[in-house]
Design a protein around this ligand. Structure first.
Ligand code: NAG
Ligand code: NAG
Ligand code: NAG
Ligand code: NAG
Ligand code: NAG
Length: 286
């Protein structure tokens, strides 16, 4: 029931959502912590240091409690029962299967853990959905991924994203959960654009951010960049340091910085007070 309702809401949004033009300060030494982590803007007032039983990262003074140890392989999941608690629906509105799977692979990366994903799944096309509840302190992103070969089980080399390298290029659906149950979400093109994504809060306020239009197809030659591993082409990163100015100029013609991260100083972030989100991925590139 919930799923059906969510899917209906999403498809309503597919029809109605308008896509428009954003911001953030690149003070990170690398891409370790994305400066537009929603919790930089909506910082929890000091979490107790006592509950730190897991891996802890501490960049820019904010202490991140990681869900996953990067020495461990990524965790595969299938859709979990939705009991009304916190979590996220991933909806695949991309009609085309990608790679060796029927659908699209999606990965969860934690901030500062760019080398090894935390979770991964495959969502069937089109209109397939999975629900998952990440660990309660998750701060990171959901991105499209690539399975080159798949014959029933993943083996070494089948997945570009499992090669131990950073695969940053592409659209980021950024989500994080606070200890009081509120979650934060946004869509960022700062590290690239491999297709539209919409993030929708599933609380009463029903806010959404992101975009649903294709800005790849007619983009100028200078706006493109190639993904590591697959070699696929998508739009380049537009970070304040080292970003592609052709890409930035192109995207800002069509997209609104109040809907999607296009720059460092406008933070198009929404919250969901019940910790529930839906993220819709439209046709994209893996
Ligand atoms: C952005 O970062 C630069 C250093 O990279 C710093 O000098 C500047 O004050 C920062 N701006 C804001 C608004 O934080
Ligand atoms: C949860 O924490 C966030 C961040 O501090 C705060 O903005 C929000 O109001 C809190 N929500 C509730 C229900 O207390
Ligand atoms: C991560 O896992 C490795 C291998 O099991 C272990 O040696 C290491 O201590 C773990 N790191 C943390 C921070 O738990
Ligand atoms: C994280 O950094 C802050 C500020 O630098 C510091 O006060 C805090 O003790 C650090 N936390 C941990 C767990 O290292
Ligand atoms: C892909 O998955 C969809 C949805 O489950 C199904 O209808 C379709 O037949 C599948 N296609 C292939 C080639 O397996």
């Amino acid at each position: 029931m919930r799923l059906a309702r969510s899917v209906m809401v999403i498809f309503y949004l597919i029809i109605t959502a308008a896509a428009l033009p954003p911001k953030n300060n690149g003070t990170t030494s690398s891409t370790r912590r994305h400066v537009h982590d929603p919790r930089h803007q909506h910082r929890l007032g000091g979490e107790p240091d006592s509950a730190r039983s897991q891996v802890v990262g501490n960049v820019t003074g904010h202490t991140q409690i990681f869900c996953h140890n990067e020495t461990q392989p990524p965790i595969y999941f299938t859709s979990q029962p939705d009991n009304g608690g916190p979590g996220v629906y991933i909806l695949n509105a991309d009609p085309v299967p990608h790679g060796a799977v029927n659908g699209t692979m999606f990965l969860f990366y934690e901030n500062d853990h760019d080398f090894v994903p935390y979770l991964w799944t495959v969502v069937y096309p089109p209109g397939g959905a999975v629900f998952v509840t990440p660990c309660p302190t998750f701060e990171g992103r959901i991105v499209r991924g690539d399975v080159s070969n798949f014959e029933g089980r993943i083996v070494r080399g089948d997945v570009s994203n499992f090669d131990g390298r950073k695969h940053l290029l592409g659209t980021w659906a950024e989500l994080s959960w606070s200890t009081n149950g509120t979650a934060w979400g946004d869509v960022s093109l700062l590290e690239g654009n491999d297709g539209p994504v919409l993030v929708q809060a599933l609380d009463a306020a029903n806010k959404y951010k992101g975009f649903s239009i294709d800005v790849l197809s007619n983009a100028p030659a200078g706006a493109w960049a190639q993904k590591l591993g697959t070699g696929s082409w998508c739009l380049d990163k537009i970070t304040s340091e080292g970003g592609n100015s052709v890409t930035r100029a192109w995207e800002t013609q069509f997209l609104d910085p109040n809907s999607v991260y296009l720059e460092d100083n406008i933070n198009p972030v929404i919250n969901s007070i019940n910790g529930r989100f839906a993220v819709t991925f439209y046709a994209g590139v893996v």
